[in-house]
Write a protein that binds this ligand. Structure first.
Ligand SMILES: Cc1cc2nc3c(=O)[nH]c(=O)nc-3n(C[C@H](O)[C@H](O)[C@H](O)COP(=O)(O)OP(=O)(O)OC[C@H]3O[C@@H](n4cnc5c(N)ncnc54)[C@H](O)[C@@H]3O)c2cc1C
Length: 403
C-alpha cells in the first residue's frame, strides 16, 4: 500500500486528488488542509459569494461527499508544520506523523499585510478565504462607507459589489493608474471610467499611510496629509506564496517553490502545484509564478500524472479572468509582452478586445464581453497576423486559426 499525501486543501489540492483517482491510483490519498472547508474555488469570493448571489455549495470545488465516495482521506482544520524528507513523513501541528511515498505541496499564498499605524484596528479586512468574506459580508450590513486599499483586480471586483450594494466606495491606488501591475494604460483608463461612472471614487498616486479609529474600530484611512472616512476597509495589495514548509525542508525556492516542467521540486518525490510554485514556461520561454485558477488546475493535473510515473509536461499560455459589474474580462498572455496594440470593437459599447502583438505575432489579448475573440486568441498565440484584419469587425478571426 502506497500513500500520496497532499499539503493544502485548495484548488490545486482538490484537483490533484481527483486526477490521481482518474489516473487509476487505488491506494491511499490524504489531503491535509488548515481551513475548515473542503477544497473550494476562490474567484467567487470577491464576486458572487461576496454579493450573496452564490451559496457555499456553488463555491466548493466538488460536493463534500465526493471525497468519501472516492476514498480520499480529506482532513480539514489541520496544519502541516514540517516535512522530513529523509523519513518521507510530514508532521502535523498536533505532532502526528504521516508517511508519504509521493508528496504534493499545494499551500497556495496569503495576502500581503499592511504594517502601518492603526493596521490592527477592527474593521480592517483582507480577502482570501470563505471566513474572510463571511466577516466582510457581516460588516457590510452596517457599513456606510468602504475604503479599498489597492486598485488591482480583487480590489476592483470588491468595489463593484460594494457600490451596487449601496455603499460609498473609495479605492486607493499608490501607482499613477489602477491595474498598473497587470495591464496597459488603455485598459486601466477603461476600468477607471467604468468605476467612476458607477459611483466609485478612485484615488491614484495615493498611498495609505495609516488608520485612525474610534473605540478600537477604524474610522479614517490616512493618506499623508489627508484622510478618507471609512467604517470598513478591505486591503488587496497582493499575495505572498506560502513557501516556508518547502524552504525549511531544504527544497529549492526562489520567488515560489521552484519546480521543473513536470511540477517536480528539487526533491524527486515531492511535487508542487498552484500559487506557491515558480515554474518554467516553455512557450513564453521564462519562469513564471502565477496566481490563477487555470494554472492551479493544469499544474495539478500535470503533477498527478507524474506522481503516477507519467511523463507529462506543463506547457500552457497563461490566461485569467475578472468579473466587474456585468463585464467579463478574459485575458490571454501578458499585455506587456507586446509593443503594438490593436483594438477590435468599440470600447463605448463595453464589448471589445485589445490584441497585443510582438514583431507581428499575437502575444496577448484582453477581451471584454467578447468570449469569441478570447477563444480564438488562445489559439492565435504566437501566430503572425495582419493588424488590419484584427481590427476589422467584419473579418472572421476564426479563419486565422490553423493557418
Ligand atoms: C478573492 C480572490 C479572487 C480570485 N479571483 C480569481 C479569478 O477571477 N480568476 C483566477 O484565475 N484566479 C482568481 N484568484 C486566484 C485563485 O483563486 C488562486 O490562484 C487559486 O486559488 C490557487 O489555488 P492553490 O490551490 O494554489 O491555493 P489555495 O486555493 O490558496 O489553497 C491553498 C490551501 O493550502 C492551505 N495551507 C497552506 N499552508 C498549509 C499548511 N502548512 N498546512 C495545511 N494547509 C495549508 C491554505 O490555507 C489554503 O487553504 C482569486 C483569488 C482570490 C483570493
Amino acid at each position: 500500500m502506497t500513500a500520496m499525501v497532499i499539503i493544502g486543501a485548495g484548488q490545486a489540492a482538490g484537483q490533484t486528488a481527483a486526477s490521481l483517482r482518474q489516473g487509476g491510483y487505488k491506494d491511499e490519498i490524504v489531503i491535509l488542509g488548515d481551513e475548515a472547508h473542503p477544497p473550494y474555488q476562490r474567484p467567487p469570493l470577491s464576486k458572487q459569494y461576496l454579493s450573496g448571489e452564490h451559496g457555499l455549495e456553488r463555491v466548493y470545488l466538488r460536493p463534500e461527499k465526493f471525497y468519501a465516495d472516492q476514498s480520499i482521506d480529506l482532513r480539514t482544520g489541520v496544519t502541516v508544520s514540517s516535512i522530513n524528507r529523509t523519513q518521507k513523513t510530514v508532521m502535523l501541528d498536533d505532532s502526528q506523523i504521516i508517511h508519504y511515498d509521493k508528496l504534493l505541496i499545494a499551500t497556495g499564498s496569503r495576502p500581503r499585510k499592511l504594517n502601518i499605524e492603526g493596521s490592527d484596528l477592527k474593521g480592517i479586512h483582507y480577502l482570501r478565504t470563505i471566513a474572510d468574506v463571511d466577516g466582510i459580508r457581516e460588516a457590510m450590513k452596517s457599513a456606510k462607507s468602504v475604503c479599498i486599499v489597492g486598485g488591482g483586480y480583487i480590489g476592483l471586483e470588491v468595489a463593484s459589489v460594494a457600490v451596487v450594494a449601496g455603499l460609498e466606495v473609495n479605492v486607493l491606488e499608490m501607482e499613477d493608474r489602477i491595474l498598473q501591475r497587470v495591464t496597459t494604460s488603455r485598459m486601466s483608463e477603461f476600468y477607471h471610467s467604468l468605476h467612476s461612472n458607477r459611483g466609485v471614487k478612485i484615488h491614484v498616486n495615493t498611498a495609505c499611510s495609516g488608520f485612525s479609529g474610534v473605540d478600537g474600530k477604524v474610522a479614517e484611512v490616512i493618506c499623508g496629509a489627508s484622510a478618507i472616512n471609512a467604517d470598513l476597509v478591505i486591503v488587496g495589495i497582493g499575495i505572498i506564496p506560502n513557501v516556508e514548509l518547502a524552504r525549511d525542508a531544504g527544497i529549492d525556492c526562489g520567488n515560489g517553490i521552484l519546480v521543473n516542467d513536470h511540477c517536480q521540486t528539487s526533491d524527486p518525490d515531492i511535487y508542487a502545484a498552484g500559487d506557491c510554485t515558480n515554474h518554467p514556461n516553455p512557450i513564453l520561454n521564462r519562469r513564471l509564478r502565477l496566481e490563477s485558477v487555470p494554472n492551479a488546475m493544469d499544474q495539478a493535473r500535470t503533477a498527478a500524472a507524474n506522481m503516477l510515473g507519467g511523463d507529462k509536461i506543463y506547457a500552457a499560455v497563461p490566461w485569467f479572468w475578472s468579473d466587474q459589474y456585468e463585464l467579463k474580462l478574459q485575458m490571454v498572455g501578458f499585455s506587456m509582452d507586446g509593443e503594438t496594440e490593436v483594438l477590435r470593437g468599440d470600447k463605448d459599447t463595453n464589448q471589445f478586445a485589445v490584441f497585443y502583438l510582438h514583431e507581428g505575432a499575437v502575444v496577448a489579448v484582453d477581451a471584454v464581453n467578447s468570449p469569441r475573440e478570447f477563444m480564438v486568441a488562445k489559439q492565435l498565440y504566437g501566430k503572425q497576423v495582419n493588424a488590419a484584419d484584427l481590427s476589422n469587425p467584419e473579418f472572421e478571426l476564426k479563419s486565422l486559426v490553423g493557418k
